[in-house]
Design a protein around this ligand. Sequence first.
Ligand code: GLP
Length: 247
Amino acid sequence: MRGVKILILKDAEAVAKKSASLIVERINKNPKLVLGLATGETMLPLYEELRRAYKRGEVNFSEVKTFNLDEYFGINSDDKNSYRSYMDKELFNKVNLRKKNINFLDGDVKEYKKVCIDYEKKIKSVGGIDLQILGIGRNGHIAFNEPGSSFKSRTRKVRLSERTRRDNSKYFFSLRRVPKFALSMGIGTIMESKEIVLLASGKRKANAIHKSIDGKITNRIPASVLRKHKKATFILDRAAASDFNKI
Ligand code: GLP
């Protein structure tokens, strides 16, 4: 069966709790889970819930492998604005994930093409991603696959749209300092994950969610491709789901 399963919950906290319990459940079923992770504001309460679950002894990450979706290009992983620093702070340094099991795109190397090819190979070598967590950009992007990205795209260097740079500028001192490029898993790469869960909360995501679900499946709205996946779920709060069926 194809088509996205949609869960609509009260608020961002409920979205985080539900997605954290889904991740915990998958890890308890398969301690060697290959988990795809995302960054952004939406994920902060999710990581808080995962840290809590770990503290309560409900989950063991010691054999879990992770792959993050994307990283800014031209930023060192130690930089406080790197996605790697975000993940270290929010999850990696707080649970018992092993360093060797954490996979990340290094956005600060000249041989970025090799970095991207090796990332794809690494994902294949561990048998693919079992569960990929996604957020969504206001323009419908997933990871850093901006509108117009091919559904067949693989991990590569991408140019960020002005809107995405503006949305992400809150973390930098000024828009000028927001990187213009990033390394990102492709849509083709993401679609090969065995299961995909997209989280969205807040009114500012309502239009992107509406277009992804109610509109045409088109690469102008990258998240709409998820309707072609065998096992994709959108976990939304009421505000993010508030524009459904408005076409
Ligand atoms: C960035 C990330 C995406 C994320 C999106 C939404 O652009 N590359 O993976 O889904 O932001 O972020 P937020 O949750 O902060 O709205």
